[in-house]
Every structure is written in C-alpha cells, then in structure tokens.
Write a new protein. Structure first.
Lengths: 198, 166
C-alpha cells in the first residue's frame, strides 16, 4: 500500500471500447466478472440478484462507453456503480420486506418468502454453516457505507484512496469508517475472535 | 542512529489503518518492523493486532459462490438488445450516465455572458432613447428660435422700409 499507482490497463481497454473495439470489452468482462459478482453477492447476499446487478453494472459501463474519460481508475468507477446499485437494491428490498410484514400483520394470504435451503447433511457442516451465518449477519448488520468499505478493503483488497473515491468521501473518513466497522465486527464476532486469538 | 518513537496508531481512528494493514499482512517490512517495536511497549496495539488478525481469519471463511456458467452469454444477449433500442432511448441513457456533466460549466459561462450582454445592451438602449428625446427637444427649440429671428428680421425690415418711404 502507498506505492505509486500502476498504469491503469483497464482504462486503456475501456478507451478501446469507446473506439468501438468489442473484444476489449470482452477482456474487461472476463477479468472483472468474478470479483464484481463476489462483491455484490457479499453486499446483497443472494446469488441470482448479485449476478443480475453485476450484469447491470457492465451494461451501464457499455452504455456510457462513448462518453468515457479515464478520470479515475476503472475499478474505482466500476465499484462505485456497483455500490450504488447494491445499496438501491437493499433499500428497495428493505421497503418490500416492510410492506410484506405489514401485509402479514393484516392477515394477508400472500405466500411467505422462501428462504434458501441451508439444511446441512452432517454435524461439521452444521457448525460451519452456523459460523458462516454469523459472519454474514454481522456484516449485513453494518451500516451501508461501512459494509461496502469492509467488503472492498477485506475481499477486493482495494486501497484506501480507491475505496474513498468509490464511496465518494475522503481517505481520512474511510480510515475512520473502517476502524469503527472492524471494531463492531470484533465485538459481534467476539467468541470467534477470542478463540482465534488464543 | 536513533529510531524515532512511533506515535500510537490507536490515538486516532484515522491512524489505526497501519494496524489494520499489519493484521492483513499488507504492510511493507520497514513499517511492520517499526510497528512491532511499538507494540513491544504498547499493550493496546498488541491486543488490537491479535484480535484483528483473528477477525481477518474468521472473515476468510466466507467464500463466495461460483458465478453461473452462462453469465457472459446472458450479458451479450442484453448488449444485443441494447443495440436494437431506438436512438432517443440511447440518447437518454447517455445523458443519464453523466455525459452532460462536462457541459455544465460551459452552459453556466454562456448564460453569464448572455446575461451580461442583455443587461449592458438594455442600458445602452435606454440611454440612447434618453439622448434622442433630448436631441428632438433641442432641434424643436432651435427651429422655434430660428422662426422667431426670421419674424424679427422681417419686422425690422418692414419698419425700416416704411421709415424710408416717409
């Protein structure tokens, strides 16, 4: 961290896409598909939704190719779009769930939301799934910006400056935000952290 | 050579990044060594580092699911559909994604110049209007004076002629 920024090859590819080179877009798609879907999956925690959102991110990138200017790193731009889409989806989903709860309270006969079947087959799998669920819950309980920042920092290994640019705030604010987010996670997952530290 | 004492990273929220990077093994050797020397005498930082390291390992357990095999195929289908969209929809999309943003300062400058021109021009018109009214008044007055002089001249000439005749 803190090294001089490498030339952004992705931005060069994107400039070629702007000039009509579809193969360059194919390269960008292949390179960033997995990290993007994984980031979105951890944000929204639903695989089909994360893939749909990732496709929307790529579609927006493709649509705006004609006006593309490499003012920021390509990945920063991509994750900024992804974060906006994920947070919008989460907000809409929260509203939808609130409405469903209201309908249920009123005795509505809507079918209940189907939860993914996470029934384990063996005890070890059960323990693992329980731990995993705790981690997922702890991350999803973080405020939106903290969650996005943690996922970019931990799993995408992005630099502070990049995270700050993607979330449109200062680098210093991101460092404080991450400090508080990890503090919350250490408290929520204290039993794992203490056991792991021993 | 004496080593400069490191300021405790936990003294402020925005300086604790060095501890986060150390726990994530993303710190360069020199900074890591300096932090390790600091942690020998700072229990808070040492405890933070251990707990953050454990949290880091716990978070590693969360593996993402593999991406669908047909992701690219579905993606290109959407791009093909995009190409079939009418021109006004594509224009609206390009405007929606900020293509118009660079034009904002230009538009503001044009508006400013236009406003200044209109204000300046309207002042000139009013001034010109005032000047022309004054000029007309002066011309009328001059004409009246000339007519008065003519009448005076003719009166003087008539009086002179009658005196000569007597």
């Amino acid at each position: 961290m803190g090294a001089s920024p490498a030339p952004d090859l992705d931005a060069q590819l994107m400039l070629r896409v702007r000039d009509g080179d579809e193969d360059s877009f194919r390269v960008l798609l292949d390179k960033h598909r997995n990290p993007l879907v994984h980031f979105l999956y951890r944000m929204v925690q639903e695989q089909p939704v994360s893939e749909e959102l990732a496709q929307e991110v790529f579609l927006r990138i493709y649509r705006s190719r004609a006006s593309y200017e490499p003012t920021a790193r390509f990945t920063t731009w991509m994750f900024r779009i992804a974060t906006h889409l994920a947070l919008n989806w989460l907000r809409d989903e929260k509203n939808e769930r609130a409405t469903e709860r209201l309908d249920e309270d009123r005795g509505g006969d809507l079918p209940s939301r189907e939860l993914p079947d996470r029934k384990p087959s063996v005890e070890q799998r059960m323990v693992y799934q329980a731990r995993l669920q705790e981690i997922r819950d702890a991350i999803s309980a973080l405020p939106d910006k903290q969650r996005a920042a943690v996922l970019m920092h931990k799993y995408q290994e992005m630099e502070y400056a990049q995270i700050a640019s993607a979330l449109e705030c200062s680098e210093s604010a991101i460092k404080s935000l991450l400090f508080r987010a990890y503090e919350t996670l250490r408290a929520r997952l204290a039993h794992m952290v203490v056991r792991g530290a021993q | 050579m004496t080593q400069v004492e490191m300021k405790c990273p936990l003294s402020r929220e925005d300086t604790a990044d060095v501890l986060l990077d150390y726990s994530a093994r993303r710190l360069d050797k020199a900074r890591a060594a300096r932090l390790e020397r600091h942690m020998e005498s700072c229990e808070a930082c040492a405890a933070f580092s251990v707990q953050q390291g454990a949290l880091w390992s716990a978070l590693d357990e969360w593996e993402p699911e593999p991406v669908s095999m047909d992701f690219n195929r579905r993606m290109w289908q959407k791009i093909d559909l995009l190409a079939a969209e009418p021109w006004y929809r594509r224009l609206a999309d390009s405007l929606r994604f900020g293509a118009w943003k660079p034009a904002i300062p230009l538009a503001a400058a044009v508006l400013l110049v236009a406003t200044a021109f209109v204000m300046d021009h309207s002042g000139t018109v009013a001034q010109t209007h005032d000047v022309s009214i004054t000029e007309v008044d002066q011309v009328e007055k001059t004409l009246d004076d000339v007519q008065l002089l003519k009448q005076f001249d003719s009166t003087v000439t008539e009086t002179g002629a009658s005196k000569t005749a007597m």
